[in-house]
Design a protein around this ligand. Structure first.
Ligand code: ZN
Length: 126
């Protein structure tokens, strides 16, 4: 089971089905989801990482999650409102949260992607 952390933006839904977010494993057919305006940025900007961890603490054991996929997307309204709508910021946040999660949940793999909302192109962070 994979846990997908994504924005509420409806434009990304078709890519979830077509592009196969989940990297090497292909399309995410069966996954749990945490969706917010701004994806991970919602927790970061509102200083609510504990809320995020609280949800993961329930989802990971309950669904025997093996992987967490963090998804950001370009032209995100939440990032725009913060004046942080740049590729650099999207990627930086993905890297930061990936590091935090790898430390907190060493038994779970973590992948991070930036989805181009226009083209569907996916950029994976290291
Ligand atoms: Zn968004």
């Amino acid at each position: 089971m994979t846990i997908l952390v994504r924005c509420s933006d409806p434009r990304i839904q078709k890519y979830l089905e077509e592009v196969g977010i989940g990297g090497k494993t292909g399309a995410l057919k069966d996954h749990a989801v945490i969706a917010n305006t701004g994806s991970i940025k919602y927790f970061m900007a509102k200083n609510q990482m504990e809320d995020f961890y609280g949800q993961l603490d329930i989802l990971i054991p309950h669904f025997h999650a093996e992987k967490i996929v963090l998804l950001n997307h370009t032209d995100c309204g939440f990032y725009k409102k913060l004046g942080q709508d740049t590729e650099e910021n999207y990627l930086k946040d993905l890297r930061e949260v990936k590091e935090l999660l790898l430390q907190k949940y060493p038994e779970v793999a973590v992948e991070g992607y930036l989805l181009d909302t226009e083209t569907g192109n996916l950029k994976e962070i290291e």
